[in-house]
Design a binder for this molecule. Structure first.
Ligand code: SAM
Length: 346
């Protein structure tokens, strides 16, 4: 290996070795409200002023801010030998809580649930059992029973889920023209964020969000806008309860939670309930057919190993699930993060 190659390899090693620290620095600055403070202040602030407003130690704050600059989350300019800190565009857009594109809640979930859970990764890989299967045994829906232990935990998960649709909602809902499907069920649709995107894109559509009772009770308490009048909520268990007839069923980030057998069970039920010419729209990250990449999907699949009973799949694997359930015409489109698979019933 040449000296340059060697240096490059060691640099890669260093970054990957310290990846956990980079994430935790970002989580900590988010949790402490650094990015919110700097967005609200409208002008760069010194480390001392930031520490005072956040009620944090001057020494810890200074080091955190410097590390954030090195990660390109903050920028620093010197004025009269004092360092003044401001948000980068990335922080203003995606880390400040008040931004319409914020990923703050996703980061909070990672910091409070996923990050501590990862300490068990070695055991999880050894045993092939996810975190909640270890802590909650073989309960049905064990991952959601664990995630929804309290009102606050349910809210935290739901907020985290919604953040993704601030970025990708429009893209995934417009990948196929869904105007031919007036009656839509969003199964496991949470608080209805994707349903809102759907009714705003397709003025003739009516969407029923179907989710577990606790989720629906909470979602119903949220105020209704005029578009949301075309959204209704129905509580139930999509494995246990009948699913009413519809033109289209959306399964957004659902199948990755479950083993193949359960996915086929659910898809078969939907094939039976679906009107002729209707279909099922699956929204998921996809692995490449050769299972080498993309990087994001492999990371996500590891998360699914830790948190759920499921995994990420290739397009062919999703097609095989659809085919086993009776669907004939299956197409997929690649998105910038999430891809979209549409299976039609003839
Ligand atoms: N579709 C939403 C999205 O993409 O933001 C939420 C995805 S989240 C990973 C999985 C959803 O499925 C949760 O809202 C959960 O409550 C719901 N869910 C899990 N098991 C369910 C079941 N047996 N019946 C109905 N909904 C279920």
């Amino acid at each position: 290996m040449s000296v340059t190659e060697d240096t490059e390899t060691i640099r890669t090693l260093f970054r990957q070795q310290h990846g956990f620290l980079m994430s935790k620095i970002m989580f900590t600055a988010c949790e402490l409200g650094v990015f919110d403070l700097l967005l609200e202040s409208g002008e760069p602030l010194s480390s001392g002023a930031i520490a005072e407003r956040l009620g944090t130690s001057p020494s810890g704050t200074e080091r955190l801010l410097e590390a954030c600059v090195s990660l390109k989350l903050l920028r620093m300019e010197r004025k009269d030998s004092e360092g003044l800190y401001g948000n980068t565009n990335l922080a203003n857009l995606y880390l400040a809580k008040s931004s319409p594109k914020t990923q703050y809640h996703y980061l909070k979930f990672y910091s409070e649930v996923t990050y501590p859970g990862l300490q068990f990764l070695t055991d999880i890989v050894r045993e092939g059992k996810g975190l909640f299967k270890k802590t909650h045994g073989m309960l049905p829906n064990s991952c959601f029973a664990a995630l929804y232990r309290s009102e606050e935990e349910l809210q935290r998960f739901s907020d985290a889920m919604n953040d993704a649709w601030n970025l990708y909602g429009r893209e995934v809902m417009s990948a196929f023209n869904l105007s031919q499907f007036p009656l839509i069920y969003d199964l496991g649709g949470g608080s209805g964020t994707l349903a809102k995107e759907c009714v705003s894109l397709y003025p003739n559509s009516m969407v029923t969000v179907f989710d577990l009772p606790k989720v629906v009770e909470r979602a119903k308490k949220q105020p209704m806008s005029s578009n949301k009048m075309r959204i209704t909520f129905k509580q139930g268990d999509f494995f246990e309860d009948p699913v009413p007839e519809a033109d289209l069923y959306i399964l957004a980030r659902i199948l990755h939670d479950w083993e193949d057998e359960k996915c086929v069970q659910l898809l078969t039920k939907l094939h039976q309930a679906c009107r002729p010419g209707g279909g099922v729209l699956v929204i998921e990250m996809l692995l490449n057919e050769d299972r080498c990449g993309p990087f994001e999907a492999h990371l996500h699949s590891m998360l699914m190993l830790v948190l759920t009973e499921g995994k990420d799949r290739t397009p062919s694997e999703y097609k095989a699930l659809f085919t086993s359930a009776g669907f004939k015409e299956i197409q997929h489109k690649k998105g910038s993060c999430y891809s979209i698979v549409l299976g039609r019933k003839q």
